[in-house]
Design a protein around this ligand. Structure first.
Ligand code: ATP
Ligand code: MG
Ligand code: MG
Length: 378
């Protein structure tokens, strides 16, 4: 009973595996990909589809408890595993997070406001969309990430065109909101209902992909941070959630806080916690899964995280290895590379965390790292 399992073999699974192994657990990963970031560092790698009966049986047989890192793991797979083993988060919570329409309904039930929106699953619903929702963003209800499956639409004609381009799959049209900035909160909730959270993270997205996260003094107003934490706790509580959950928020230009979406797993914006806090989001995931005590993580350093996208490998034309020695020479820099076999533009290949005793210090070093790597300054 000392093996922990994870559905999905991406970088989030890899960092879960590292945290689990540090506590002496062995690990199992289920991922169809023969060479996945988590699979290659795990004791057991089950290489079947997520719904494969044999693969699920092998995982359940080997593990005391199973979690997920892959946002789109079929809820049915979690239900099947849960018949045999402790699974967290549960299939019901994951299913809600996988569907933007259900997710927004859940936010409303919890009293946390989200963007004005309409569900569009039919021609009639398309025609009935109120004018106030334009200009807006049409998002597929399912399977979108890193801004994929989204289209900005200014007019009704563009909306119709975009919906048709999405093959008429169920979508949500959201009003385009005037953002001041974005933030997120990572919360961990145990089977006993105890909750702890990481400090509120300020996030900068570029082209729909997270680029920079900053955590520390002065990165956002205290009143907004308190509201974001309260909203996140209400959302986790309302789901009866067990595990690590991340909730993304918009802060509008008038200071209003609006919830964007949630991820039923550790989140890219929480990666700084490996280097900047005494318990990382992956440590929290292990603890919720293994039924170990949850204590509040303490941020011991100001931190800036820079995502390292595959584009860096192609700067200047020919494929190259980015000049890591230049960032490794910076004080407080921690380089995390995920071991993905092939760099591709837009692909998350790793991240770099810069920690310092002051927010200004972390920011200064992060800007030096940007200059060294050719990442746009922030
Ligand atoms: P993730 O990779 O975080 O799961 P996603 O593909 O699910 O991303 P969203 O979080 O819905 O996409 O949107 C991506 C980004 O687009 C947001 O972080 C924000 O910058 C912008 N955005 C999304 N919806 C709106 C909106 N209603 N108004 C203004 N900007 C928005
Ligand atoms: Mg998303
Ligand atoms: Mg998002």
């Amino acid at each position: 009973g000392s093996m922990l399992g994870v559905m999905g073999g991406g970088q989030l699974g890899r960092m879960f595996v590292h945290a689990a192994q540090r506590l002496g657990y062995s690990t199992a990963v289920l991922d169809p990909d023969a060479d996945s970031p988590a699979g290659r560092v795990s004791h057991l790698h089950v290489r079947t589809g997520y719904l494969d009966e044999g693969g699920l049986a092998e995982l359940a047989e080997a593990c005391a408890a199973i979690t997920t890192e892959f946002e789109n793991v079929p809820a049915a797979a979690l239900t099947r595993l849960a018949a045999r083993r402790f699974v967290a988060p549960g299939a019901a919570a994951v299913a809600i997070a996988q569907d933007r329409a259900q997710e927004k309904a859940h936010f409303a039930r919890c009293g946390v406001p989200c963007a004005p929106h309409a569900v569009i699953a039919s021609r009639d619903q398309l025609d009935a969309v109120p004018d106030e929702l334009l200009p807006g963003i049409l998002k597929t209800a399912r399977l979108g990430y890193d801004g994929k499956g989204q289209a900005r639409v200014a007019t009704r004609a563009e909306l119709v065109q975009a919906w048709e381009a999405m093959q008429g799959v169920p979508c949500v049209l959201e009003k385009l909101l005037p953002l001041a900035f974005e933030c997120s909160v990572v919360v961990a909730r145990g089977a006993d209902g105890a909750m702890v959270h990481l400090p509120v993270q300020r996030n900068l997205h570029r082209a729909g992909i997270l680029a920079v996260t900053e955590v520390g003094e002065g990165v956002l107003p205290a009143a907004i941070a308190a509201q974001a934490i309260e909203g996140t706790r209400a959302i986790a509580q309302g789901l009866g959630y067990v595990g690590v959950l991340c909730v993304e928020f918009f802060v509008l230009q008038d200071g209003t806080l609006v919830v964007n979406e949630m991820a039923p797993r550790p989140h890219n914006s929480g990666h700084w916690s490996i280097d900047g806090a005494d318990l990382s989001q992956f440590d929290l995931q292990v603890r919720t899964l293994a039924g170990l005590p949850l204590v509040a993580p303490r941020q011991h350093s100001h931190a800036v995280m820079l995502n390292l996208l595959g584009d860096l490998w192609f700067a200047g034309g020919a494929e190259r290895t980015p000049p890591w020695e230049r960032v490794l020479a910076l004080p407080g820099a921690s380089l995390h590379l995920y071991g993905k076999p092939q760099a591709r533009p837009g692909r998350k290949m790793g991240h770099l965390t810069l920690v310092a005793e002051s927010a200004r210090g972390a920011r200064t070093t992060a800007l030096e790292a940007c200059a060294a790597l050719g990442i746009q300054a922030f």
